[in-house]
Design a protein around this ligand. Structure first.
Ligand SMILES: Nc1nc2c(ncn2[C@@H]2O[C@H](COP(=O)(O)OP(=O)(O)OP(=O)(O)O)[C@@H](O)[C@H]2O)c(=O)[nH]1
Length: 340
């Protein structure tokens, strides 16, 4: 008998690796699915929700924190709401923040009898940015945790590195995550790869001895797959990465913006990991999406519904961010006479 529980795909991967891009591919690839999406953003100004293509009526945004620590209770509340939605959904996609430890997110689905009875983790999918993996493995412990917890690894952005280098990356990844299925992708294109309903997580549990079963709880047995009852560890990891969000009711001058952002990213590429924006520019009657991952950036037309008006939302994620300096710099980019 097939497992009647609601499958959950957890999408992890460092900042800018391609998680939202994958999510959009999955929605388009599976028009038959009634997805609920849990979108977690590290910052008070949410942008990712606006970047998700049409196809799901149920998007839960958990912003201003990380579901692996401060927002863990919010995640539990969301799971309670999802349980009440019944047949309206048949698969859950969770996009974690780029700095989340997926273990804690996984634990949320394995803690509490009602949750264990209702949900099953289908797989933990990790997006890897081929261009930046080597540097990030050195500086960001979360990247190692994300790889270690994954059942499926998508080595993404293969267009950004030399083909010979991919062999080295494959070796590094298989050392960190020997049990994961590894695929190479560009723009997280999974049209030829099965990601949904692979039961990779359950498959991993059968016969594995690395997960510790807590003898004080009776583990649920469903289709011969044991769900381990994790002991919730005190969560000690500390994010020294911070996020600063800004919102202006106005438009940027495109030339000032271009000149400033290029210099800013060039001089701060070691500390600014990610910049996202939804921006209007003076003289253009549409919104633009701005993405920067380290020094690389792109600007594209916003395809979603835009009620009109002028708005500029920018989010910066990195280390040692100076809010006041950023605020002053962005104000100078607004259309009109340069402020004092
Ligand atoms: N060159 C290239 N760019 C990519 C690829 N995949 C995604 N991108 C771009 O990388 C940027 C970040 O992609 P997202 O999907 O937003 O990344 P994310 O992991 O959701 O980012 P966060 O939510 O900030 O952690 C966007 O501009 C994407 O278009 C790829 O394979 N190659």
């Amino acid at each position: 008998m097939s497992d009647p529980r609601l499958p959950v795909t957890i999408i992890t991967g460092f900042l800018g690796a391609g998680k939202t891009t994958l999510l959009n591919h999955l929605i388009k690839k599976h028009p038959d699915k009634r997805f609920a999406i849990i979108e977690n953003e590290f910052g008070d100004i949410g942008i990712d929700g606006a970047l998700i293509v049409e196809g799901s009526d149920s998007i839960f945004e958990l912003s201003n924190g990380c579901i692996c620590c401060t927002l863990n209770n919010d995640l539990n509340d969301t799971l309670t709401k999802l349980m009440a939605m019944g047949e309206r959904i048949n698969h859950i996609l969770v996009e974690t923040t780029g700095i989340a430890d997926p273990l804690t997110v996984v634990q949320s689905f394995l803690t509490g009898e009602a949750v264990q009875r209702y949900f099953r983790i289908d797989s933990v999918v990790c997006l890897v940015d081929a261009e930046h993996l080597a540097d990030l493995m050195e500086s960001e412990p979360e990247v190692r945790n994300q790889l270690a917890m994954s059942d499926v690894v998508l080595l993404n952005k293969t267009d950004r590195v030399h083909a010979d280098y991919l062999a080295t990356l494959r070796k590094t990844i298989s050392q960190m995550s020997p049990m994961a299925m590894l695929h190479e992708t560009t723009f997280a294109d999974v049209s030829h790869i099965d990601i949904i309903d692979t039961n990779a997580y359950g498959g991993r549990q059968v016969g594995t001895t690395v997960l510790r079963f807590d003898a004080t709880h009776r583990p649920l047995v469903v289709s011969n797959v044991m769900a381990p009852a994790f002991e919730k560890k005190a969560h000690t990891h500390r994010h020294d990465i911070t996020s600063e969000g800004f919102e202006f009711a106005g438009s940027f001058d495109i030339q000032r913006f271009n000149a400033w952002i290029q210099g800013f990213l060039y001089f701060n590429s070691n500390t600014v990991y990610r910049v996202k924006g939804l921006v209007s520019f003076a003289g253009y009657d549409q919104l633009f999406v701005f993405h920067a991952v380290r020094g690389t950036f792109m600007l594209e037309k916003y395809e979603g519904n835009f009620p009109g008006g002028e708005i500029c939302k920018m989010v910066f994620i990195g280390k040692f961010l100076d809010r006041e300096l950023l605020q002053n710099s962005l104000e100078q980019l607004l259309d009109g006479p340069m402020p004092g």
